[in-house]
Structures are given as structure tokens and as C-alpha cells.
Design a protein around this ligand. Structure first.
Ligand SMILES: CC/C=C\C=C\CC(=O)SCCNC(=O)CCNC(=O)[C@H](O)C(C)(C)COP(=O)(O)OP(=O)(O)OC[C@H]1O[C@@H](n2cnc3c(N)ncnc32)[C@H](O)[C@@H]1OP(=O)(O)O
Length: 719
């Protein structure tokens, strides 16, 4: 786990060996302690160089160990004894030095990095702080301002930036171990005390308080209730005010609180859930590791509206050739302008050459004849998409995949009009598609495992977080969103205001409340979908619209807003008021309050006082309840996939793990009891009825979320 090699020079090499990222597991730490003591005992050894196997220094502490009882040599003590050692210690950083990996390097007396290495203290993203001296040593190297920024954001930096900040002493284009050995040979014998960061005084300066105040205000605004960034500021402040030993005491106290917090558990769960999502599996047994994805080089994108533009940009940025198709010259020209500008801006920002040579704009389907895969991104209309699909089959090669960017239409129905149902999958991008990380890859009943593998691999290549999901209206994300939206609307009918609901959701941690999001997306989008689905039709009285449709409670409020031309930000009025059409600052609108009062009067609804707790329970538990139904139906493979979808596509606060994780934290029996309670009060809302799987899990003793997959398997095997 740590290999000790005695080199011919007076140098010993300690190689961390725990693939794939050389995490500092208990065994690795034991190996390091043993190796260091071996080096200290050997009189011939004057210096020790630390490196990682496979040119990867270390991804930090082993996160898997955090959920168990920690054993082995503590990281803090180990790093302290490395720093205190009378022999020279040098870190040779290649690949990454993250978290405890960088803290280990900071305990060394010198640091050398390869130009391609990346360094950072990402602990804040896992719900705690760099608790192995990172909050005290880093500021002593970089000063308070840079340390605050790095530690509170967890941002990874390049070796070059690390050199500028003084974090590394040397950057090399060549082998970092070789460079570290040469550096060691050149400084052996020089005094080590000036190199021991813990011996440096606090990094106090007259503006420390104001710098920390500014940092605190920034993290409070961005963190939306996350505790770790706030604690990071407090710990770094201690490095400015206190001697090292007292600063370490503060670091330890803060770490103790964070380490045990439910937020840390949620963030660590999210870390692994994100990585597990790539390990997809289909109900027929096909999996990521038994299905080969063939290579894709040329992709056709059909439709250059908002979605098509973002998709084309993502593909080109990843180095794929793209043929972008529109139906008429005017739309093609406007799409071309937009895509070109987006790509040029991005290239400029990143200081790289423009990739425009990868793009071809086309008006004829024939220009798609050589592509490996097509992503159709035309308007969300089944008949239009069907026409496009059958036209495509006339020109595409036999093996070309056809993917549809749809937010919820039936992938099987679309596949049926093609000559290749096995090569049809859904690729549900989220707007703006070049920014949003989530991609739902939707397999239909006939989609082949290879087609799913290709779509998942392509998504990964364009840096999306991909989740494979089954085919049902709305797939996973939008199927759940509908119930969340329904509950928010019912809360308005029952007495809440849009601001009240949004405030409760934002206090919970959402970046934006649901009504602000609706205004941003445009209320007309859902209106069109409801018209197409038959929920709104000529038989509905526009003045006194029915609150009962297709056999259940229906809230006509959004339709009534649309009838007034209130489409949200784009018209300057929606659930909120905006200074002008297109402006972003949402202000409460007294007209809406009057409108809601009139509405309640008209329908004889006595307004109730709605608490924030009720808002969260009805919204979040409804999401989770539908998530359980999705698991029952086999539409998602596990609760982690659902949570990843909500974290990356719907702004669910990461420190709350996702709706399924949240339900597991609150306690499944509490969720069940609340759903039963709300269903009793609102029997006209069938979705409030607790799902079968929720009941079953509670009956089986509320197992931890990691075990739900087994219970779901049992459920399916008995169907
Ligand atoms: C008192 C002091 C107590 C605690 C101190 C803690 C300090 C810390 O060090 S906390 C950990 C800080 N480190 C991180 O947050 C880094 C997390 N990892 C990453 O950012 C990335 O994995 C990466 C290292 C940049 C590599 O990225 P990539 O090449 O894209 O591979 P991945 O798919 O992300 O990871 C591959 C594989 O490794 C597992 N893994 C990664 N890091 C860790 C880790 N630190 N501990 C345990 N496991 C790790 C990851 O889950 C993947 O596993 P698979 O099984 O292959 O999915």
C-alpha cells in the first residue's frame, strides 16, 4: 500500500500504492508510517521523496472509510511527524494532489509538481474541512485571501497556479519524481525549520477581519444553508489569529462537528451516487461492464432552437464533428450565428483555438448520410418528431443511432416509425444544454444495450452526468417534477403565496423556488403541453375553469395566468412582477395576491395558514413518494440514480443528498406517516397515497438507502 525503495543516491522513495487514485486508506497510512520510520533508521538516507503509483500522487483520504469506524494511524499525526522529521521530505506531485493528498504534500519540506498536475482541497464538497492541518498550513503559504477562496470552494488549480501562489516550489514538464530527487540533492543539509509551515507565525494582517467578513458573506450567499463553507472560513481565520497549535485545536473542533453532520453524510453519498450513475444497468441484465459502446465521431443535430444549439455546442467542444440541420434558411442562419458566437466566446474564455472547423450547417437530410448518430432536437411535438424520424431512415446508414431529445414523449412510439427500433434511445438534455450537467438516457422497450452504451459513452464524452432511465411519461425527472409542481399549486389554492412557497424552498436549500423557476422557464411551455395532452380544451369554461380533470383534482391557476399573457420573465409578468420583459429580478406582485384571493372566493376555498414545514413536507415527500413508484416500476435502477437526477437537473441542494436520501434521513416511517396524513386530508389527490415500496420498506424495518436495491429486486421477483 506504500512501497519503500532505497535509491542509489542518499534518497528513499515512498510510493503510495492504492489504485485508482492512491487514496490514503488506513493501509496506505500504515505503509507510509512504516516506510518513514525505515528511512529515518537508515543513516545513509538523507532525504525522502513521496510519490504515487501510476503517476497519480493522491486523491486524498479514502472517503469510503468515513462511514465506518476509522482505524489506522491518524492523518494529522502522520503528517505532523513527516514535517517534524530531521530528514528532508519532498513531495513529487503528478496526476492529482487533493484533500489529504495535498495536506500530506504541505507537510513535506518541498513540493515539486508536473505541469499537468492538479491540486486542491475539495473537502468542503464532502461536507467538512481540510482537517489534517490544511486550514492552518495553506494560509501560511498563500496568505489568507487565496486560502479562503481555495478552501471554501474546493476549486482544483493547475500546477502553474500553484506555483504562482507559492504552494509548490517547482513545476516540471518532465518526471516529477526525477525533478524532486534533483531538488532534494541540491538542498540536502540546509536548515529545515524555515520549511516547516507549522513553525510559521499566524498570518495576521490589519484587514483580516474584513477579508473574513467578505468571505463569510459570499459563502452564506452561495452555500444556501451548507455548514462546511462557513466552518472553513472560521478555521482559516484561526490561522490568521492564532499560533499553529491553537489553530489546529480550532480546526479539530470544527471538523468534529462537521464530520458527524447529516450534511457530510449527504455530500459523501452524493459523491458516490454520481460515480455509480455511470455504472448503468438495464432490467434485462445488460450493464455498463458487459456491453461495448462503439465509437462515435460524427453527429447530426436536427433543429437549432435553444436545445439544439446547446447540444451542438457541447458536442463540438468535446471534439466531435457536427452536422447541424435546420428546416429553412432563415432559421439555419440564426442558429448558425448563435452557435458560432457561443463557441467563439467559450474558446476565448478558455484561451484555446476555435473549434468551428468541426461544424457543418445543413438544410438537407442528405447531408446526414455519413453521421454515426443523430440527435433530434426539434419542437416537442410527437407528430413532428415522427416525421423527422421516418425522413431520417431514408438517408441514414443502417447502423446509425437515432436519439431524440425529448423531455417526456414516448420513445417507443417514436421508435416504431423507424426501420431500427433497437437503435433508438432518448437523450433528455436540460436547458441550457451546454451548461446543465444532467443527461437522462432513455431506453425504450426495444432499445439495444449497445445503443444505450453508445448514448451513455457519448454523454460522458461531452462531460454530462448521465443516468440511464426507462421510458414513461416524463421519464424520472419530469415525472416527479409534475407532482412537486402540483403540490405547490395546491398550496396556493389553499392559502399560500408564491413568495411563501419559494421562500420555504430556498431556505431548504434550493437555489430558486419553484415559482421563480416556472417564470424563468416560461409558463407557456407547460400550457402548450397541457393543451396537447387534452387537459385544456374547448369544453373548459375559461372564466370558471373546472378544478377536476381526468378524474382528479386539477389546479387551473397557471392556465388562467397564461390567458392573461403572464408567461413569466419573458413577458415581465408571471407568478412575480419584473421591471421589464426579460428582466430577472422577481418582485412580489400585489395583483397576484388579489387574483389568488378572488380565486379562493370564487371556488369557496377558506384560506389556511400554511407553514414552511408543510411546504417542504408536501413538496419534498411527494417527490420521494413518486421516486418510490419509479423504483417499483423499474424506471430507475436505484435511489442513487433518482437523487443524481435531482442534484444535477433540478437544483436539489447537494448537502441534502437528493429526495430519496432526504427521505431516508428524515426516516421512512415519518415520510409514510406524513403522506398518510396529507392523503387523508386531500383524498382527491391520488398521488399523495403512500407508494407500495415505501410501505414495504417501512414494514421491513426501514433499511438504509444502500440496501434498497435488494428490496426492489425482491419486489420485482415477486411480481
Ligand atoms: C482528520 C482527517 C480526516 C479526514 C480528512 C480528509 C481529507 C480528505 O482527503 S477527504 C477526500 C478529498 N478528496 C477528494 O475529494 C477527491 C475525490 N476524488 C475526485 O475528485 C476524483 O475521483 C479524482 C481523484 C479527481 C479522479 O477523478 P476521475 O479520474 O474522474 O475518476 P473518478 O471516477 O472520480 O474516481 C475513480 C474511482 O476512485 C474512487 N475515488 C476517487 N477518489 C476517492 C477517494 N478520495 N476515496 C475513495 N475513493 C475514491 C471513485 O469513487 C471511483 O471509484 P469507482 O469504484 O471506480 O467508481
Amino acid at each position: 500500500m506504500a512501497r519503500y525503495t532505497r535509491l542509489t543516491e542518499p534518497i528513499a522513495l515512498i510510493t503510495l500504492n492504492n489504485p485508482p487514485v492512491n487514496a490514503l486508506s488506513s493501509a496506505v497510512r500504515s505503509g507510509i508510517v512504516d516506510s518513514v520510520s525505515q528511512a529515518l533508521k537508515d543513516d545513509q538516507v538523507k532525504a525522502v521523496v513521496f510519490c504515487g503509483e501510476n503517476r497519480m500522487f493522491s486523491g486524498g483520504a479514502d472517503i469510503k472509510e468515513f462511514s465506518g469506524s476509522m482505524s489506522g494511524p491518524p492523518l494529522v499525526r502522520m503528517i505532523h511527524s513527516i514535517e517534524a522529521s530531521e530528514k528532508l521530505m519532498v513531495a513529487a506531485i503528478e496526476g492529482v494532489a487533493l484533500g489529504g493528498g495535498l495536506e500530506l504534500a504541505l507537510g513535506c519540506h518541498y513540493r515539486v509538481a508536473n505541469t499537468k498536475a492538479r491540486l486542491g482541497l475539495p473537502e468542503v464538497t464532502l461536507g467538512f474541512l481540510p482537517g489534517a492541518g490544511g486550514t492552518q498550513r495553506l494560509p501560511r503559504l498563500t496568505g489568507i485571501t487565496a486560502a479562503l477562496e481555495l478552501i471554501t470552494t474546493g476549486r482544483q488549480i493547475s500546477a502553474q497556479e500553484a506555483l504562482q501562489l507559492g504552494i509548490v516550489d517547482q513545476v516540471t514538464e518532465g518526471n516529477a519524481v526525477q525533478a524532486a530527487m534533483e531538488l532534494a540533492l541540491s538542498v540536502i543539509g540546509q536548515p529545515l525549520n524555515p520549511r516547516r509551515l507549522s513553525l510559521r507565525p499566524p498570518v495576521w494582517s490589519a484587514d483580516v477581519d474584513s477579508v473574513c467578513e467578505v468571505a463569510l458573506a459570499r459563502v452564506k450567499q452561495h452555500s444556501r444553508g451548507a455548514m462546511a463553507p462557513v466552518a472553513c472560513v472560521q478555521a482559516v481565520r484561526a490561522a490568521a489569529m492564532l499560533p499553529y497549535s491553537k489553530g489546529m485545536e480550532k480546526e479539530r473542533q470544527l471538523m468534529d462537528t462537521l464530520f458527524r453532520s447529516s450534511q457530510a453524510r449527504a455530500l459523501q453519498y452524493a459523491f458516490f451516487a454520481q460515480r455509480n450513475a455511470g455504472k448503468w444497468s438495464l432490467p434485462n441484465g445488460a450493464r455498463w461492464n458487459n456491453t461495448k459502446a462503439r465509437d462515435v465521431q460524427r453527429v447530426g443535430v436536427i433543429g437549432l432552437g435553444t436545445m439544439g444549439r446547446g447540444i451542438a455546442v457541447s458536442l463540438v467542444k468535446a471534439g466531435l464533428s457536427v452536422v447541424a440541420l435546420e428546416s429553412d434558411a432563415k432559421q439555419l442562419e440564426s442558429g448558425k450565428k448563435a452557435v458560432t458566437a457561443m463557441l467563439q466566446r467559450d474558446a476565448q474564455r478558455r484561451g484555446v483555438g476555435s473549434p468551428l472547423h468541426l461544424l457543418t450547417f445543413a438544410l438537407s437530410f442528405h447531408q446526414l448520410k455519413d453521421v454515426d448518430l443523430v440527435i433530434e432536437a426539434v419542437f416537442e411535438d410527437m407528430n413532428l418528431k415522427k416525421r423527422v424520424f421516418s425522413d431520417l431512415c431514408k438517408v441514414l446508414r443502417a447502423g446509425t443511432l437515432i436519439c431524440t431529445n425529448t423531455s417526456g414523449l414516448n420513445v417507443d412510439e417514436l421508435a416504431k416509425v423507424t426501420d431500427r427500433q433497437h437503435l433508438v434511445v432518448g437523450m433528455h438534455f436540460f436547458a441550457p444544454a451546454h451548461v446543465m450537467k444532467l443527461l437522462e438516457v432513455v431506453y425504450g422497450s426495444r432499445s439495444s444495450p449497445e445503443a444505450v452504451a453508445v448514448a451513455m459513452a457519448l454523454g460522458k464524452r461531452i462531460q454530462k452526468v448521465c443516468v440511464a432511465v426507462g421510458n414513461c411519461p416524463g421519464f424520472v425527472g419530469n415525472r416527479m417534477l409534475k407532482l412537486y409542481m402540483d403540490q405547490s399549486l395546491y398550496l396556493l389554492e389553499e392559502g399560500a403565496t408564491p413568495e411563501q412557497v419559494d421562500q420555504a424552498l430556498e431556505e431548504f436549500g434550493f437555489a430558486m423556488g419553484i415559482f421563480k423557476v416556472a417564470d424563468l422557464s416560461g409558463l407557456d411551455v407547460g400550457w402548450r403541453v397541457r393543451k396537447a395532452s387534452g387537459l385544456i380544451g374547448p369544453d373548459i369554461d375559461p372564466v370558471n375553469p373546472s378544478r377536476w380533470r381526468l378524474g382528479q383534482r386539477y389546479c387551473p391557476l397557471p392556465d388562467m395566468l397564461c390567458q392573461q399573457g403572464r408567461f413569466g420573465q419573458k413577458t415581465g409578468r408571471g407568478w412575480y412582477l419584473y421591471n421589464s420583459p426579460g428582466s430577472k429580478e422577481a418582485k412580489p406582485d400585489p395583483e397576484i395576491l388579489n387574483f389568488l384571493e378572488d380565486y379562493r372566493l370564487k371556488y369557496g376555498i377558506t384560506p389556511q395558514r400554511i407553514s414552511s414545514q408543510e411546504v417542504i413536507e408536501r413538496c419534498a415527500f411527494s417527490l420521494a413518494n413518486e421516486g418510490f413508484r419509479i423504483l417499483e416500476d423499474g424506471i430507475a435502477a436505484g435511489p442513487e440514480d433518482i437523487d443524481v437526477i435531482y442534484l444535477f437537473g433540478y437544483g436539489w441542494p447537494r448537502h441534502r443528498g437528493g429526495p430519496m436520501f432526504y427521505a431516508s434521513q428524515v426516516g421512512l416511517s415519518v415520510v409514510l406517516e406524513k403522506m398518510e396524513h396529507y392523503h387523508r386530508i386531500h383524498p382527491d389527490v391520488p398521488s399523495l397515497e403512500p407508494s407500495r415500496l415505501l410501505r414495504r420498506l417501512v414494514a421491513e424495518g426501514s433499511p438504509p438507502i444502500q440496501q434498497w436495491r435488494n428490496h426492489i429486486k425482491n419486489l420485482h421477483s415477486q411480481l
